[in-house]
Design a protein around this ligand. Structure first.
Ligand code: FES
Length: 99
């Protein structure tokens, strides 16, 4: 069994901020993760990347947060529409030489 080359952890507890006073529904981060996962399935082989649901990443004030390993790249204030940017970061991580 091969190991994944990249892991993206998306906090599914986060709620992104529409304004200073409003938060999106609690399932927004879960739906966002699912759409990233669906896009990853199209763009990468199954054993290349894993899109994990994560609990709190201790960056709650930054909206929907995620971290990509092994590059240790952090993402904040993610919103529907940012999926492609994450896919591009994953592709960049996969194409980087192993350390
Ligand atoms: S709840 Fe998502 S980073 Fe804390």
């Amino acid at each position: 069994m091969s190991c994944f080359k990249a892991h993206l952890f998306i906090c599914t507890k986060c709620q992104y901020k529409d304004s200073d006073t409003a938060l999106c529904p609690e399932d927004t981060a879960k739906k966002f993760r699912k759409s990233v996962k669906d896009l990853a399935r199209i763009n990468f082989q199954k054993d290349q990347v894993r899109i994990n649901a994560s609990g709190c990443l201790d960056r709650c004030e930054e909206g929907i947060s995620a971290v990509l390993y092994p590059s240790a790249e952090w993402f904040k204030d993610l919103r529907p529409g940012d999926e492609e940017a994450l896919i591009n970061s994953i592709a960049k991580t996969l194409s980087s030489p192993e350390k």
